[in-house]
Design a protein. Structure first.
Length: 818
């Protein structure tokens, strides 16, 4: 077999136990692609690449790459201005062509399907010189059957793509940035995304499971009565590997769907704490011979959205403690990597986040699989433009009328078996929400989703509150959800027939990790405070917002005070490439967002701990800000905040009490933060002692002014890596003084090297202004830290990572690769 066929197993998107069945093979085409920039493939200049691949992430950054002259109406702008860095300042616009080849054995009696998890964008696919598929929208998965074109032996695959100017409001990535699979089955088979599993009745004692399926290729057997019969046997396999139900039936093919029903006694439920997963394993047979084995992984769980009462998961009242995330993985760009996604989910779960809104696009299948496995709920959203007056001239609006139905169908068919998906969104801040065209678009999309999946509600993120409350748009949705409207929740609740409200986007608080501006100005009752600074950074006191957004505290209060507030999805969990608000108007080099709780280098900002203090109910949080290295500010007021789940604490500077603070309802922020607004900077030690509800001393924490930079400190997110060539290690690189105190202001350049079983992958420092390339093994620290990402090799052994910088002792770590 050709070396470019790197995986021969059951496709994980359909079949999750990794078992390989003789009747169904999947090749995921990762290695040995050739890529050439431009419209026509140029063999001379083509480079060897692996897929997933993002051609634009290698840069270089340039102001000219994505200069746009626009008025962002959603931000209340009336006049067009020069917008810089809006899509990340990377060279993603243009055309590119990929080529590879793959082998198939004898195709007699077989069906071959190509499945693309996502190509950015306007993909055109040729197999052996013949056009076999085209798909404009870069975020959706698509597939095509290539019988008649595919041949035994080597097959030439060519994928061209094109990103247009003005197609996006954020960094989309470029090229074949998600996986490509070749699926070979018998002619009689279950097609791509061909099953639909539901659990109509879920209770403690039992659950019913209904499995609908399509069966293709069976009508070739014409002899009635039994010649066209397909044996269909499905067994339900429990999370601990036992067969707990089964059904064997006969399907007489007339092109109709087929359904089997099961009773599962004492089901293990899928939940955010314990995400139990079942498999429905379906075996098709013709004349007693097995022709296909298809696994549908699913969860047994109930979801209810109850008027006035809120959202219930398995009968338990549950708030959405959610985040919005764009699809890019910071310095890795859009190229999907499961290990990077797992790291993101782990960080979010440490905060206490229980849900992700895939704003504003279909996710990678790997993300949905991980959410199933790790207990993270999902609101899947396809796009943020419809046909009428789209925000991006060459964005989804340009193809909406022709493609929306197909895009929605693929999205729902692909992901409706996943227990993590608890809601669909059909759009975000679509400009047509104010009028009749928007209503038509809404009804078309929502009806289509209902038809494909009647088990989950539909929502759409709305911002034009006055229009949508009056014109029926908000009332027409299953769930009314709003972006940045906490001030209006009571009004919405009173007026909307659904009797509930969801924050589809909340906060959009802006901050730069480790940067603090003085004097500190806290927002008033409107929870808003806009301020820009000469350094083009935002303050980490979590007091700064955009003109349309607010600090987190008001959203916490809304969630805490009303059952009918379903919860919220914060904008955003992670910083992303593009949209550098409030520094987006002629403010180059700003080119990445400041909205994240976590920065572009996957490093937590202070806000991480503010959310953690409210949302993580298992672990205590006691976090002090700012850092205490303020050379030059001696004697000046330098406020201190503590983010904690404890109600009360006393603060000490160099042993001297600064008083006790207790959370109270006097302002939004006094309810959720402990604040000492008058503290004065003197170098030394800041200590906080926290008290629990009963007034008992519960925890304490100290931070110290760091001395002279002495050595590099390395911290990793994991202890070992898998020898699969895809696993990633995130290494936090910091500088410490001789006593181990982190120097939070250090900005030196650190150089990285990797030896042994792995290779350097990328680096970032979270500075929205930093133009250093992500792929050179060196990075300047920003606020005393940077992240280096290392990729495992394919062979077991040890990986050695070294970081060196002038003026400090270098550091090395070794990690086993198994
Ligand atoms: C919203 C929009 C998001 C993002 C956000 C920034 O209006 O839906 O995509 O732009 O603002 O605050």
């Amino acid at each position: 077999m050709d070396s470019k066929i790197v995986m021969l197993s059951v496709l994980t998107a359909f079949c999750c136990n990794g078992t390989a069945y003789a009747q169904r093979s999947v090749q995921t085409l990762k290695k040995n692609w050739q890529f050439s920039k431009g419209e026509v493939f140029n063999a001379k200049s083509a480079e060897n690449v692996s897929v997933p691949h993002d051609w634009a992430i290698y840069g270089p950054f340039d102001r000219k790459n994505d200069l746009q002259v626009v008025a962002v109406e959603q931000n209340g702008e009336k006049e067009a201005t020069e917008k810089t860095g809006r899509t990340g300042g990377l060279p993603f616009i243009g055309k590119g062509v990929y080529r590879t080849s793959f082998e198939v054995p004898d195709t007699t009696g077989k069906t071959v399907t190509l499945v693309f998890d996502g190509v950015m964008s306007n993909a055109r696919v040729k197999l052996n010189g013949k056009d076999v598929a085209a798909w404009p929208y870069g975020y959706n998965s698509f597939h095509c059957t290539v019988d008649g074109t595919v041949k035994p032996g080597s097959n030439q695959l060519e994928v061209s793509c094109e990103n247009k100017d003005g197609q996006s409001r954020w960094y989309p990535g470029a090229g074949i940035y998600r996986n490509v699979h070749v699926v070979m089955t018998d002619k009689v088979h279950i097609p791509t995304w061909g099953t639909y599993v539901t659990t109509p009745k879920v209770c403690k004692d039992y659950a019913t499971v209904s499995l609908h399926m399509k069966i293709e290729g069976a009508r070739q057997f014409k002899k009635w009565p039994y010649g066209d019969a397909v044996g269909v046997k499905t067994v339900i396999i429990s999370p601990d590997g036992k067969e707990v139900a089964s059904d064997s039936s006969t399907y007489i093919a007339r092109g109709q769907d087929f359904a089997q029903n099961f009773l599962v006694e004492k089901p293990m439920l899928w939940g955010t704490e314990d995400p139990a997963l079942y498999i429905a394993r379906t075996t098709l047979s013709v004349g007693g011979k097995t022709v296909d084995v298809y696994d549908t992984r699913f969860g047994i769980r109930s979801i209810e959205y109850i008027p006035a009462k809120g959202f219930f998961l398995n009968g338990e009242h549950t708030k959405f403690k959610g985040v919005n995330n764009h699809h890019d993985l910071g310095p890795l760009g859009a190229a999907v990597n499961k290990s990077a996604l797992r790291h993101q989910i782990e960080m979010l779960q440490d905060i206490g986040v229980n849900a992700i809104r895939t704003s504003h696009n279909m996710p990678a299948p790997e993300l949905v699989e991980l959410c199933d496995e790790m207990g993270m709920m999902l609101m899947i959203e396809p796009f943020d433009d419809w046909g009428f007056r789209p925000k991006s001239p060459n964005g989804y609006g340009a193809v909406f009328n022709e493609w929306a139905e197909r895009d929605i169908t693929n999205m729902v068919e692909q992901y409706r078996n996943h227990p993590s998906v608890v809601m669909w969104s059909i759009g975000n801040e679509v400009p047509s929400q104010w009028g009749p065209v928007g209503m038509n678009e809404l009804v078309m999309l929502q009806d289509l989703v209902h038809k494909l999946d009647p088990t989950r509600p539909v929502t759409c993120g709305m911002d034009q509150i006055r229009s949508v409350l009056d014109n029926g748009f908000a009332a027409a949705l299953d769930i009314p959800s709003f972006n940045y409207k906490p001030q209006f929740y009571e009004d919405i609740y009173k007026r909307m027939p659904q009797q509930m409200v969801l924050g589809s986007e909340t906060a959009s608080t802006v901050s730069s990790r480790g940067v603090y501006h003085f004097p500190l100005v806290m927002p008033g009752t409107n929870a808003r405070h806009t301020e820009t600074h000469p350094d083009n950074q935002c303050s980490s006191y979590d007091n700064e917002t955009c003109s349309w957004s607010n600090i987190p505290d008001i959203d916490f209060a809304r969630d805490d005070d009303h059952d009918w507030v379903l919860g919220q999805f914060v904008w955003t969990g992670f910083d992303y490439l593009g949209e550098p608000s409030p520094y987006d108007t002629d403010a180059w080099p700003n080119h990445s967002s400041m909205f994240g709780m976590i920065d572009l280098a996957s490093l937590p900002k202070d806000r991480y701990y503010l959310y953690r203090s409210q949302w993580n109910k298992k672990d205590n949080t006691l976090h002090i800000l700012p850092h205490w290295n303020w050379k030059g500010r001696e004697g000046e007021v330098t406020p201190i905040m503590v983010y904690t789940n404890y109600p009360k604490a006393e603060l000490f500077i160099n042993g001297k009490s600064q008083g006790v603070r207790e959370k109270n309802n006097s302002t939004w922020q006094n309810r959720y933060r402990l604040m000492w607004m008058e503290t004065v900077y003197t170098p030394g030690e800041v200590k906080v002692v926290a008290y629990d509800k009963e007034g008992r001393k519960a925890a304490e924490k100290t931070i110290r002014t760091a001395g002279k930079p002495h050595h590099i400190m390395l911290t990793t997110n994991r202890k070992s890596l898998a020898a699969d060539g895809e696993d990633l290690l995130y290494i936090t690189v910091q500088v410490a003084d001789k006593d181990g105190n982190i120097v939070p202001t250090d900005e030196r350049l650190v150089k990285f090297s990797v030896e042994g079983c792995g290779a350097f992958e990328a680096t970032a420092n979270g500075d929205a202004k930093c133009l250093l390339p992500f792929h050179k093994p060196e990075m300047k620290l920003f606020s005393g830290a940077a992240t280096a990402i290392v990729r495992s090799g394919n062979k077991p052994g040890t990986l050695k990572f070294t970081a060196k910088a002038s003026g400090v002792k270098s550091a090395t770590i070794s990690v086993p690769v198994n």
